[in-house]
Design a protein. Structure first.
Length: 166
């Protein structure tokens, strides 16, 4: 019984770090934040900086999958020339976001938190620019709303963590 309690203690403490981190992240969807951070098996035993790296890795995995998804959409033939041009823009924006997130992960490891902030912000701006492209013409609906939302949410989580580390 004692050893069971002892074993459970670390994950309880880390659980509260995840919850605290998600509560302190303003403009972040709490449910999404908890689900995202808990999806990484390392989260329960890491510290705040570790959660910062994990949130960037999640954003990177997400952006990379979205980039592939956009390529499939372009090949699918389901989109007219207007939407195809927007999708081409998004493909470019997402490859830029991927490179900035990759760099921000390195910056995170080097504790260059200002650099992390600048690069993660740039990636989030890319997701907004992608989304806004579809809104330029009335009646158009972005096929990437969910993906863009995830990228900006995961970016917001990383930024909220970095603010506390600086
Ligand atoms: C928050 O995220 C959850 C899980 O991804 C989603 O089901 C819900 O719709 C989101 N809430 C808002 C307000 O976007
Ligand atoms: C992207 O993030 C959302 C929210 O955390 C998640 O539901 C989705 O599975 C993620 N996709 C990838 C490829 O990581
Ligand atoms: C984001 O990536 C692009 C392309 O690699 C680069 O030109 C830009 O400077 C980066 N932005 C930041 C803030 O690092």
């Amino acid at each position: 019984m004692l050893s069971l309690l002892f074993l459970e203690t670390p994950s309880c403490e880390a659980e509260s770090l995840i919850q605290e981190t998600c509560k302190k992240a303003s403009r972040v969807n709490y449910t999404l934040c908890i689900t995202a951070l808990e999806s990484d098996p390392r989260s329960p035993t890491t510290d705040l900086a570790g959660l910062g790296s994990i949130s960037i890795q999640l954003a990177l995995a997400n952006a990379t999958q979205t980039w592939s998804h956009i390529q499939e959409m372009l090949k699918s033939g389901r989109f007219d020339s207007y939407d195809k041009a927007r999708l081409e823009d998004c493909l470019e924006l997402y490859s830029e976001a991927i490179s900035n997130l990759t760099e921000s992960l390195k910056a995170m490891k080097g504790k260059s938190y200002l650099d992390v902030n600048v690069r993660v912000s740039a990636a989030m701006t890319d997701s907004v620019t992608c989304e806004d492209g579809f809104k330029e013409k009335a009646g158009r609906v972005s096929p990437l709303t969910e993906e863009n939302y995830y990228l900006s949410q995961l970016g917001s989580i990383a930024l909220a963590i970095v603010v506390r580390l600086r």
